[in-house]
Design a protein around this ligand. Structure first.
Ligand SMILES: [Fe+2]
Length: 207
């Protein structure tokens, strides 16, 4: 954890500050699915991090911001969120916008569609994902993103099926599913119990 703290750059955000950034300029943010999804991802990530002795506030703020790009450019939200948060002076929080969707340091190991090759930012994104050293926080957010809908926590299998039914499969979908399962199991081994044990607290409290 000390190593993680030393690597941080830029300003730290509390969870209310992260939520204010996420919802800045939005009308009725509580009615937007991606906003409540971000809150659930953040809260679950905070619960996991706290129990693992990591920084729960940092994890929750990261989760709260991971999909901020959806309010900017929904079709390239990972990159839009990254640019936006860097420009605002939050480089650590910017990185989560890029890293949350990709497992195995592979830009094609993702749920749903792969990133369009013809976008100008693709070479940068591919290199970033390949070279990024995933922190425990990155891994927690990646799993939480695959467990939380806009209505709370669900099972990994249900969430993966839902994404596939909406966005389809690709060559590395199976690898992504297997990696997601392994990553979830790794965190659960550290916790000593299933992540689903957090759900009564996650889904039972107001957003
Ligand atoms: Fe997400």
């Amino acid at each position: 954890m000390a190593e993680q703290t030393e690597k941080r750059q830029g300003r730290s955000l509390t969870v209310p500050e992260a939520y204010a950034l996420l919802t800045e300029g939005l009308e009725n943010p509580e009615t937007l699915g991606y906003v409540t999804h971000c809150q659930y991802v953040g809260r679950l990530a905070g619960m996991i991090a706290g129990e693992l002795g990591l920084d729960a506030e940092y994890a929750e703020a990261l989760g709260t911001l991971h999909d901020i790009g959806r309010k900017l450019e929904p079709n390239r939200h990972v990159y839009a969120g990254y640019v936006y948060l860097r420009e605002r002076g939050y480089p650590d929080y910017a990185d989560i916008c890029l890293t949350h969707s990709y497992l195995n340091n592979d830009i094609d190991c993702t749920a749903g569609r792969t990133y369009p090759r013809d976008r100008e930012e693709f070479p940068f994104l591919q290199r970033f994902v390949r070279e990024h050293e995933n922190t425990p926080y990155d891994r927690i957010i990646q799993v939480c993103d695959l467990l939380c809908t806009s209505e709370g926590g669900t099972t990994l299998e249900r969430r993966l099926q839902d994404i596939e039914s909406r966005k389809g499969r690709h060559a590395k979908s199976q690898l992504h599913y297997e990696t997601a399962r392994a990553q979830k199991q790794h965190i659960e081994a550290q916790l000593g119990h299933t992540i689903y044990d957090f759900y009564p607290r996650l889904n039972g409290t107001p957003a």
